[in-house]
Design a protein. Structure first.
Length: 286
């Protein structure tokens, strides 16, 4: 029983209850499904030329579009869910109360992080019937479906950890949310821009003859895999494929975002820990 208590996180369970008991949660789920469903049905409508005939060969393209739309929704929703988890407690003046309890900084950060991502995970799971409609037409392997949903999970982990870190560093929720969006989209777009700049520099060297063209590597395409959009397209073998030996680009993306997740969470825990003894001392003096 004592071993099970170590995994008990009161912050996580409290956040679950508070989030799912609000009237806003079912409306968010409904709106989310309506947006993705409307996009999917609209694409099917245009692919069938007004509803006359659907070509099963177009299923791959439809599945890709649905996956990209879902990725875009994750990119817009997750920062809003996580960028205020700590700064919101500061604004409500309840962070000091949490830090004086027996809840450790690790449980506080992980509880807030997991509670926010669990709601987004619930939204993604709720879209499985939409994927089932597309999957019934064929053209998509089960392995690709599993990879896509695994891709969503690792992307949510990475973006969510960035939001928690920004919320820990910045006191105002509004500023924290804006900075989180800027970091997420800036890093994604910046990685692709950096890859193209390096490739253009390589082409310039080739044209000038300073470096033999045969020795020019193709490794700059690896930076494209840090962009979630290109990494998503790699699942369908549509993006800039680049491998390090036998390592799949999908594994490179998972390793990169897994490292980002661990770094941001550990840094958030480290930044919030020094505050705890100070508030306990104030409480003892009172």
């Amino acid at each position: 029983m004592s071993d099970l208590r170590r995994f008990h996180n009161p912050v996580l369970f409290n956040e679950w209850k508070m989030r799912m008991r609000t009237n806003r949660s079912p409306w968010i789920i409904l709106l989310y499904l309506l947006v993705l469903g409307a996009m999917t049905l609209t694409i099917i409508f245009f692919m069938t030329n007004g509803g006359s005939y659907y070509n099963p060969n177009d299923t791959r393209e439809l599945f890709m579009m649905l996956s990209v739309f879902q990725l875009g929704m994750i990119g817009f929703v997750v920062p809003g869910l996580t960028a205020g988890v700590i700064s919101g407690e500061r604004e409500r003046q309840t962070l000091s109360v949490l830090l004086t309890t027996n809840v450790s900084a690790t449980r506080l950060i992980l509880g807030k992080w997991l509670a926010s991502l669990s709601f987004m995970t619930f939204l993604v799971i709720a879209t499985i019937p939409l994927y089932a409609i597309v999957f019934l037409y064929g053209g998509i392997s089960p392995a690709q479906v599993i990879k896509v949903f695994g891709f969503y999970v690792i992307t949510m982990f990475g973006i969510g950890s960035i939001g928690v870190l920004m919320s820990t560093l910045i006191k105002r929720t509004g500023i924290s949310t804006v900075v989180t969006y800027a970091v997420v989209f800036g890093s994604a777009i910046g990685s692709s821009i950096l890859a193209e700049i390096i490739k253009e520099f390589i082409r310039y060297q080739r044209r000038s003859g300073s470096v033999p063209s045969a020795t020019m590597p193709d490794w700059p395409n690896l930076i494209h895999n840090f962009n979630p959009l290109f990494a998503m397209l790699n699942i369908f073998e549509e993006g800039p494929q680049i491998r390090i030996g036998n390592v799949d680009p999908y594994a490179v993306y998972c390793l990169f975002f897994g490292t980002i997740t661990l770094f941001c969470l550990f840094l958030s825990i480290y930044l919030i820990q020094p505050v705890k003894p100070r508030f306990r001392k104030v409480k003892e003096e009172q």
